[in-house]
Design a protein around this ligand. Structure first.
Ligand code: B3K
Ligand code: ZN
Length: 929
């Protein structure tokens, strides 16, 4: 270990000994052209150790160096060298100096959509994580923070709008039909937050007055024809600005906030300082072209990017290992925002379902990854320092004094970014932040946030810094909580209960185990907050005043939770909690609100679960009880299916669904969630060997049985939830539509002419896409003439709107129609499809991978299709290709035939010429697992 670290010593010197000076302006100048763009950058560089001289290494990729000046003098060829990743100044001045670099870049040819690129005739940038190095040579790391000015010159008629971060301080005309602007951003920022947009755009304008009276101009930019579809985005932005003031006391800090919508974007959106750039899908909405789910996603993502202004931009990450510092926290903040704007329970249900469908399987496979890799750094640091007899705390100052450590971090970070474990960093990261709030309550959490900003505003910090702020603001004892950041894998929590009627005591015994994950064979116990209520036979919570635990009696406080919820702190491998004065055997409601991201096995009986479903004051756990029952039912039917036994639906389950459907006291959106079966992926994730055919057959069987037994109820639900009012995105209306649409989806499973007529009627009379698309989905389930006609009709109607057409692609791609891979191959040649547009790839190719029966087809046709697509896509856009190849990562979960078919495709991909690092990293990790 020590030897390999030493090997990096000479390489690392330059990076560490120089830094681009804090708080000085970085002057950028862009001359945008039709074939090439010139980028000039003027930066001030200071040696870290005054008077020392060693090479300065700057990052750069796909750049043509035009000129290089140090303190105004052109540098001679022998004083620098350029390779495919770096520009190295071999012996720069030993005192502070000015460095001017001119590069030439080709945004028109940039299909990777990182750095500066063109999209539908406009220029735009994407710099997180390592895109800035495709614009100019720079120390492309988040801890290098500076103030920026940006001058943009371009043809005035082609690019009338020229935007960058901060305030517009100058603009004017130039010769030859060109014009220029100068933007100045007064806040220090890392280069990943730099942004530039140029093109023919128009804006929807509004204003927001902050609570201290600052008047902020809000502008949402799109091509002129899309402007009417930005009303909901503007509403969402203003709501987010208000919410952050109300809940966290955080105000916006400039006089202008821009959002630009672009059609070609690798992900959802980007939080560049004062110039957020969005995938159009997450900005544009009208009742006719966007569903309720789209409206909700826009609200959440506009909120998310806005919230980054404080959690990400004002306080940023020291290095990319700390990504969850900003992303886990900001996802948590957007989840809370959406909860406050709609139904908290339903939002929590959606987020937990997402976690189970995507994060759990990843955390149990070859791509399992801690929220923040930690052990790696610790091992290296120990090897380095123990040799010198030094002991150094892992704090950010380490970066500035220890060259070897830094370089190792930089190399490994790159691989971390290439494999980008989104689910762990974002979704599990948000669960980790939620646990602080569960433990500290709202006011304790707010105190922690206040201290975090007080300590770290304007800094690049670590997850430990966030932890320390939460702990110190509350004087809290968080024992082994930090392990949540460093240990991968989903903990399994087992619970057994006993009631002693004589002593009137009730005991819960917990045991926990974290499964081994790649590189982490041995695990430590985690700190698991278990939110608990004990239900008496009347369905109400029994008051809990004290608990005997760890040899002492602890007094319980409720912490603002519902009913008599108490938070147990489970921190050891095995642990018992004993409750006194419990007059009858209670039914425990555990992990209320899903208080920790664990898999729980308990000794609750079916009768207990039905009781919780009917009575728990925690609505999340009512839903959860239904889901546990459904999972048990599905797994037992899967076993019957595999043994060729006839499938029979449990009548108790049927009555449970019927009673929820008919309970008018329940929120309609909650009913829609409660009668939705767990997804096929979730069930496969619970099996020893995943069997897509069995799981799909069982889920289809239950859906069909429920539809046929409850046909009249479902028809009544559809009919009684129609509305002739204009579309409103508010809770009563979206809840009504959710219930109507789930009823229609159940009915769509039936072979029944009258039902087809009903669905066609809904399709034709719908006044909004939410209802029209739901009817199309119902009709899509049965191959035949009606299906073909209605799909053709939908395309005819919406062919001019690429976002709606993407839904049409996805619907067909996800179809369970046997042999659907051939239809998908044909759709690749459809005039509306374009492999260079990520949204289209996600819809058609990603959509196909979402169909368990066709993607996992036993003839290997689905795997072969994906293998071919990955190789083609990788040449165009490695990030998108790497997302697609991830569909193979869990190949070992399937039977041997499928395993060998998937393995052959992974091998084929790895053998392809010129494979990108992105795809190589995921394909090779998957194969090696
Ligand atoms: N921060 C960006 C994501 C960037 C991902 C780069 N590979 C959007 C977000 O999470 O808000
Ligand atoms: Zn984010």
């Amino acid at each position: 270990m020590f030897q390999s670290s030493v090997a990096f010593r000479s390489l690392s010197q330059g990076i560490v000994n120089y830094r681009i000076t804090h708080c000085r302006w970085i002057d950028l100048k862009f001359t945008l052209g039709e074939e090439k763009t010139f980028v000039s950058s003027k930066i001030v560089v200071s040696p870290r150790l005054q008077g020392s001289s060693s090479p300065l290494v700057l990052d750069g990729a796909d750049l043509k160096l035009i000129s290089l000046h140090v303190n105004g003098k052109e540098l001679k060829n022998e004083d620098f060298h350029v390779d495919s990743r770096h520009l190295t100044l071999t012996s720069p001045p030993s005192e502070k100096f000015t460095l001017e670099i001119v590069t030439e870049i080709y945004p028109q040819a940039n299909t990777s959509l990182e750095g500066l690129y063109k999209t539908s005739g406009n220029f735009c940038t994407q710099c997180e994580a390592e895109g800035f190095r495709k614009i100019t040579f720079y120390q492309d790391r988040p801890d290098i923070m500076a103030k920026y000015t940006c001058r943009i010159e371009a043809d005035k008629s082609l690019y009338p709008v020229l935007l960058s971060n901060g305030n517009l301080i100058d603009q004017g005309d130039l010769e030859g039909g060109k014009h220029y602007v100068i933007w100045e951003d007064p806040h220090v920022k890392p280069c990943y937050l730099f942004a530039l947009v140029a093109g023919q755009l128009e804006s929807r304008d509004d204003t927001f007055v902050t609570r201290s009276g600052r008047k902020v101009a809000l502008r949402i930019w799109t091509p002129a024809q899309d402007l009417p579809k930005t009303a909901h985005a503007m509403y969402s932005l203003k709501a987010a600005m208000k919410w952050d003031e109300d809940v966290f006391g955080l105000e916006y800090d400039l006089d202008l906030f821009n959002i630009v919508a672009v059609p070609d974007f690798n992900m959802g959106a980007m939080e560049n300082k004062s110039l957020n750039i969005f995938n159009s899908k997450l900005v544009l909405a009208s009742p006719e072209t966007a569903t309720d789910a789209d409206y909700a996603a826009i609200l959440g993502v506009i909120g998310h990017e806005y919230f980054h202004n404080w959690t990400g931009n004002r306080v940023t990450c020291r290095d990319w290992f700390q990504l969850s510092l900003k992303e886990g926290l900001t996802v948590f903040r957007d989840q809370e925002f959406s909860s406050d704007m709609g139904s908290r329970t339903v939002k929590r249900i959606s987020d937990v379902s997402k976690l189970r469908t995507y994060q759990f399987p990843q955390d149990a496979g070859p791509m399992a990854h801690p929220v923040r890799p930690h052990s790696y750094i610790k091992v290296k640091a120990h090897a380095l320092f123990s040799n010198d007899g030094m002991s150094v705390a892992l704090h950010h100052t380490v970066l500035f004094v220890l060259p070897v450590f830094l370089h190792i971090l930089t190399i490994d970070q790159h691989f971390f970014l290439v494999s980008f474990p989104y689910e762990q960093v974002y979704e599990k990261g948000a669960e980790v932040v939620r646990m602080y709030k569960t433990l500290l309550g709202s006011s304790g959490f707010r105190k922690g946030m206040d201290l975090y900003f007080k300590r770290h505003d304007g800094q690049a910090v670590t997850c430990e810094d966030f932890f320390a702020a939460m702990r110190d603001a509350n004087g809290a004892d968080f024992s082994n909580f930090l392990i949540w950041y460093s240990q991968a894998g989903t903990p399994r929590l087992k619970v057994t209960s006993t009631y002693n009627a004589e002593a009137k005591t009730y005991s819960l015994k917990f045991s926990q185990e974290v499964p081994a994950t790649p590189g982490q064979p041995v695990k430590e116990p985690m700190f698991i907050p278990v939110a608990l209520g004990l239900l008496g036979s009347n369905g109400n919570d029994i008051p809990i005043n004290s608990v005997y635990h760890d040899g002492k009696l602890e007094i319980i406080t409720s912490n603002g939770q519902p009913g008599h919820t108490t938070i147990l702190r489970v921190t050891k491998k095995e642990e018992e909690f004993v409750f006194n004065d419990i007059p009858e055997r209670p039914v425990p409601s555990m992990l209320r609100g899903y208080s920790a991201p664990v898999r729980m096995d308990s000794d609750l009986t079916d009768a207990d679960l039905y009781f919780l479903l009917a009575n728990d004051c925690d609505e999340f756990n009512r839903w959860e009880a239904g889901q546990i029952l459904a999972r048990k039912l599905m797994l037992s039917l899967v076993s019957d299916f595999q043994q060729n036994k006839p499938l029979v639906l449990n009548q108790k389950f049927l009555h449970g669904v019927k009673s929820i459907l008919g309970d008018s006291s329940l929120d309609k959106e909650f009913i829609a969630k409660a009668i939705t079966l767990p997804g096929e992926g979730e069930i496969m994730d619970m099996m020893e060997v995943a069997d897509p055919d069995a799981v799909h057959s069982v889920r289809s069987f239950i859906r069909k049985q429920l539809a046929s037994e409850l046909k009249q109820e479902f028809i009544d639900t559809v009919k009684s939830n129609r509305s002739s009012e204009a579309y409103e995105f508010d809770h009563p209306n979206l809840a009504r539509r959710a219930l109507k649409n789930i009823a229609l989806a159940y009915l769509g499973t039936l072979e029944d002419e009258a039902i087809t007529e009903l669905a066609l009627h809904e399709y034709k009379t719908a006044t909004n896409l939410t209802e029209q698309f739901a009817a199309l989905v119902a009709l899509d389930q049965k191959p035949g003439q009606t299906r073909d006609e209605v799909l053709a009709d939908f395309y005819d109607k919406w062919q001019h709107d690429f976002l709606v057409v993407n839904k049409w692609f996805a619907l067909q791609a996800m179809s369970d129609v046997p042999g659907n891979v051939e239809n998908v191959r044909e759709l690749l040649n459809h005039p509306a499809f374009d492999m260079r547009n990520p949204n289209k790839v996600y819809s058609l190719i990603g959509g196909f991978c979402g169909s368990p029966v066709n993607f996992h087809s036993k003839d290997g046709s689905g795997y072969k299709f994906l293998g071919e697509m990955v190789v083609q896509l990788d040449k165009i856009n490695p990030q998108v290709a790497s997302r697609m190849v991830s569909a193979f990562s869990r190949w070992k979960r399937y039977d041997e035939t499928r395993q060998s078919l998937a393995k052959a495709q992974l091998e084929m991909i790895l053998a392809a010429n010129g494979l990108s690092e992105n795809v190589f990293e995921i394909a090779s990790k998957s194969l090696a697992a």
